[in-house]
Design a protein around this ligand. Structure first.
Ligand SMILES: Cc1cc2nc3c(=O)[nH]c(=O)nc-3n(C[C@H](O)[C@H](O)[C@H](O)COP(=O)(O)OP(=O)(O)OC[C@H]3O[C@@H](n4cnc5c(N)ncnc54)[C@H](O)[C@@H]3O)c2cc1C
Length: 556
């Protein structure tokens, strides 16, 4: 590895060489770049989008905002940054989060090292030179010692395969790929397909514009009111003062990377009145921490039922039409076993005269004609269609890159039965290829910026460790990977999560193997495991030093 960046960036025809290629310029790719540059490594980030920001560049649908509070859904690596940035609301809207990402790119001078509008098409490991040959959509080849995949867990928008969709005459939008220019639904008849997180955020906003709105629902989801509000200067200041403790708690103690009052007992330890009072208080406070009311809500069906019944009761109270309320009440999965949603006026929106809930649970959507969606034998005439159909989560964007490791084996082939990683960071047979928030790590079950920072810090430390010992390659061993995959499954099976057909399991993608992908053990526990492995000289990873082959073990 080179000492200085300029020494190692080599240009030759349509080829250049870097220490590290990073794929993606969302929060993960940007922070990775920052740390690599600080280590004096040369790095190039390729981003297929037209700007930095990842999720917040693509998801511009009406009502898009974070569901972890902004004071926490933000980088912690720079105290100056967290002290100077003023979040305007408890949950910042998408344009503000994108603005924050741009600010970070500029403040830390990242832009010169990021190439926008460029897809990474393939990455092939050359066993002779022990380096990666990365091919990009602009026809270039980039050679790099390391590749970091910061491609995002929710970055591959899923367009459902519905008969007739290409023939629809009106406009079609996907929430995860929203146009940059404002979309105005005023006076239009609109259909929204899907009732996941993006739908739940956008439906109340679209309903206020549209002449008529039809919501096509296959599976109702649990949603908790956000109680969003402007943040005052005093609130921001008070929070900033406790940042050291907030960040410490989020990293080390929290299961989900969020600073919140932790539960001290199980749901059945309280009597009916005390339990109801606690749920009322969490409901009034709003947000994801509803699930922290008790410590066994995601472990025990009877405990979970108490929370699920409470939310179903709230839906019945809010929604005036009893049949619509019944359809909106989730009844086929424990609360929290699918990503819980956070909304503003979602359930109340169904009281509007211009909004109709269409139940498609039994037969799905039959077809889309040039002017209508047909479901249950009835045509719903619309002018515009919104696909709020989510993502091919966690593995979708990785599978779209032609990644070939040792012996030419592709990552896609290796993961045909489901993703296999060690710690969610590396996959055996793919040396020097790191994944940020990969399957097998807490990722989507957490405040993702906490998980992103943890992975980036771990990778950075690992590279420094390797450099200090003149180690050229690192890769997961088969044994360590198998043990980790088994552990991830074992931990998941001890919870209620596998009871839901969720995108955590790949269940939203026809043909995708059903494997619980994220690690449920909690971000604090997971961090300690990763740190311990590093402290012991990266146990479970094979290292090779010096000349290219044969591979040698390196001891710490
Ligand atoms: C609507 C929405 C709301 C969310 N709200 C929250 C929240 O409140 N809290 C939370 O913790 N998480 C939230 N998330 C999850 C969110 O994805 C993460 O918090 C975070 O933004 C992920 O950052 P990332 O850099 O890992 O991935 P991304 O932001 O997805 O960035 C990955 C980037 O990689 C690029 N890319 C992918 N493949 C290639 C390729 N082959 N070549 C070049 N570029 C490529 C993509 O274009 C993308 O820009 C939300 C997700 C969505 C969709």
């Amino acid at each position: 590895m080179s000492e200085t960046p300029s020494a190692s960036v080599k240009e030759q025809g349509n080829r250049s060489a870097y220490d590290v290629v990073v794929v993606g310029a969302g929060f993960a790719g940007m922070y990775m770049l920052y740390r690599l540059r600080r280590q004096g490594l040369s790095a190039r980030v390729f981003e297929q989008g037209g700007d930095v920001g990842g999720t917040w560049y693509w998801n511009r649908y009406p009502g898009a905002r974070c569901d972890v509070e902004s004071m926490q859904y933000s980088y912690s690596f720079s105290d100056e940054l967290q002290q100077e940035w003023n979040w305007s609301e408890r949950y910042a809207p998408q344009p503000e989060i994108l603005q924050y990402a741009r600010h970070v790119a500029e403040r830390f001078n990242l832009r010169p090292h990021i190439q926008l509008n460029t897809r990474v098409e393939g990455a092939v490991f050359d066993e002779g030179t022990e380096s990666w040959r990365v091919t990009t959509s602009d026809g270039k080849i980039v050679v790099a010692k390391f590749v970091v995949l910061a491609t995002g867990c929710l970055s591959n928008a899923r367009v459902p395969d519905i008969r007739g969709l290409p023939d629809f005459r009106g406009s079609v939008y996907h929430t995860g790929h929203w146009p940059h220019e404002a979309v105005d639904f005023t006076g239009l008849r609109v259909g929204v397909i899907g009732t996941g997180s993006s739908a739940i955020q956008s439906i109340p906003v679209i309903a206020r514009q549209a002449r008529e709105l039809f919501v096509f629902q296959r599976t109702p989801n649990f949603s908790i009111p956000a109680r969003n509000a402007e943040l005052t200067a005093q609130q921001r200041d008070a929070f900033r003062k406790i940042y050291p403790e907030v960040r410490r708690f989020a990293r080390e103690q929290a299961r989900n990377g969020i600073y919140a009052e932790p539960p001290d007992r199980g749901a059945l330890d309280d009597g009916d009145d005390a339990r109801r009072a606690k749920y009322e208080q969490r409901w009034a406070n709003g947000g994801l921490t509803f699930m922290l009311a008790y410590n066994n809500l995601i472990l025990d069906n009877a405990a979970n039922d108490t929370a699920a019944d409470f939310v179903r009761g709230k839906i019945a109270e809010i929604v005036e039409d009893s049949e619509t309320a019944r359809l909106l009440q989730p009844d086929n999965h424990p609360i929290g076993s699918k990503r819980i949603c956070v909304d503003t006026d979602y359930y109340a929106t169904f009281n509007r005269p211009n909004v109709t809930l269409v139940d498609i649970r039994a037969d799905g959507i039959e077809e889309i004609s040039p002017c209508a969606v047909r479901a249950g034998g009835k045509d719903y005439e619309i002018d515009a269609l919104v696909l709020a159909t989510g993502f091919d989560a966690m593995t979708g964007s990785l599978a779209k890159i032609d990644i070939r490791g040792r012996n030419g084996r592709t990552l896609k082939e290796k993961w045909a039965e489901g993703p296999k990683t060690y710690l969610g960071l590396m996959s055996e047979g793919f040396p020097n290829l790191f994944i940020i928030t990969g399957p097998g790590s807490p990722s989507v079950l957490s405040n993702m910026i906490v998980s992103i920072e943890q992975h980036v810090d771990w990778i950075t430390d690992c590279l420094a460790w390797m450099r200090g010992r003149r180690v050229e390659t690192i890769e997961a061993t088969k044994e360590a990977e198998e043990e980790w995959v088994a552990h991830v499954n074992e931990v998941a099976q001890a919870t209620l999560y596998p009871q839901a057909n969720s995108w955590y399991m790949g269940a939203n993608i026809p043909g995708k193997p059903r494997i619980f992908m994220p690690y449920i053990g909690g971000v604090g526990v997971y961090r300690r495991i990763c740190d311990d492995i590093a402290a012991k000289g990266y146990v479970g990873f094979a290292m090779a030093a010096g000349e290219q082959s044969p591979r040698k073990a390196v001891s710490s």
